[in-house]
Design a protein around this ligand. Structure first.
Ligand code: UDP
Ligand code: MG
Length: 325
């Protein structure tokens, strides 16, 4: 389908930064963002939304100072750690720009890519996502697992989810409003943005290494996030369970025929090996199937509790009335 693009100018740009224990890197972030804003403030209104995701280090006091010094900086502070996706979701909720840029507070996604994104937005694209050409300073395991994950995701879940794309992107107001109105709790924002459609385009970039602090995505969080990505967008794993079930039923049927044959031939004492193997295999498959189905049931349970995605403890430079608009 050919997109019909309507050129426009960006009037007000918001940055969303989720912050979780980033005290070491925040002074650098502030310096870089302030320099960038000085260069661009003639062209457009600017706003920064910092979301403190229950940091336990000195991140919050730093963010408070920044918000006190600069009225363009809005701060939303959670009551505890709710996770990166919840923090970005809150940032999208509190941002007021007609275009919103989602970035990591460690500036691994470089600011110098943003003007390219703005150019694409002004051509009329609604979602301009950064596509990593290279990831500097990351372990072989992280690079390899990320490579495999995005290919699997595209193959099994949703072809429109772009490969090698994180949450670093510029999103138009109408798309931000749509995603804000999607109430799901198990959020996989990059998939949600792919799902909504609208004119989308990639901007290639090289992802820098982390200069300060350590990653806030240890292996278990990464795996959980990958699983959310798959299960919140597809029932493929459950379908796989059915296929497995069918295969084993056919195998079981063949086994029955064989057992019957043995019985008729009078070899009934033999065959315990095959029985044992089948029993063991089936036990594993049945448990796995229950596990996968149970995971979906658990997700339904979580969604049906209708709990909020995050709880805000304090805000700075935020007009709550304006948010209710
Ligand atoms: N982050 C967050 N809550 C969390 C984990 C991470 O808000 O529970 C933020 C973190 O401060 C950073 C961004 O999410 O701004 C990405 O995290 P990180 O850089 O550790 O991930 P990586 O780049 O290693 O995948
Ligand atoms: Mg990072």
């Amino acid at each position: 389908m050919e997109n019909i693009l309507e050129p426009r100018k960006v009037k007000r740009l918001s940055f969303v930064f989720p912050v979780y224990n980033e005290a070491e890197g925040l002074p650098y972030l502030r310096r870089e963002v302030e320099t960038w804003m000085r260069e661009q403030e003639e062209r457009m209104e600017l706003e920064v939304v910092l979301v403190n995701d229950g940091s336990t280090d000195a991140s919050l006091p730093f963010c408070i100072d920044w918000a006190r010094d600069d009225p363009r900086v809005r701060l939303v502070s959670f009551s505890r750690n709710f996770g990166h996706q919840a923090a970005v979701s809150a940032g999208l909720r509190y941002a007021t720009g007609d275009a919103v840029v989602i970035m990591d507070a460690d500036l691994q996604d470089p600011l110098h890519v943003v003007p390219d994104m703005i150019r694409r937005y002004e051509e009329g694209y609604d979602v301009v996502y950064g596509q990593r050409q290279e990831r500097k300073g990351e372990t072989f395991f992280k690079k390899a697992s990320a490579w495999l994950f995005y290919r699997l995701l595209r193959y099994c879940v949703h072809k429109s989810i772009p490969a090698d794309t994180g949450d670093f992107r510029l999103v138009s107001r109408r798309c931000v409003d749509i995603v804000n109105a999607m109430p799901e709790k198990h959020r996989f924002l990059r998939g949600m943005f792919a799902w909504i459609g609208f004119p989308q385009i990639a901007v290639p970039y090289v992802r820098d290494e982390r200069r300060f602090g350590t990653t806030k995505y240890p292996l278990h969080k990464m795996l959980r996030f990958a699983w959310t990505g798959i299960t919140s967008f597809s029932s493929y794993p459950i379908k796989l369970v059915s296929v497995l079930g069918l295969c084993f039923s056919l195998l079981g049927f063949a086994g029955c025929l064989y057992a019957l044959f043995c019985y008729l031939a009078g070899w009934t004492v033999q065959g315990w090996t095959s029985l044992l193997c089948l029993q063991a295999l089936l036990g594993g498959v049945v448990l796995l199937s229950i596990g996968i189905t149970g995971d979906y049931v658990g997700k339904i349970f979580e969604e049906l509790k209708f709990r909020p995605l995050y709880l805000v403890e304090k805000t700075y430079n935020v007009d709550e009335q304006e948010l209710k608009r």
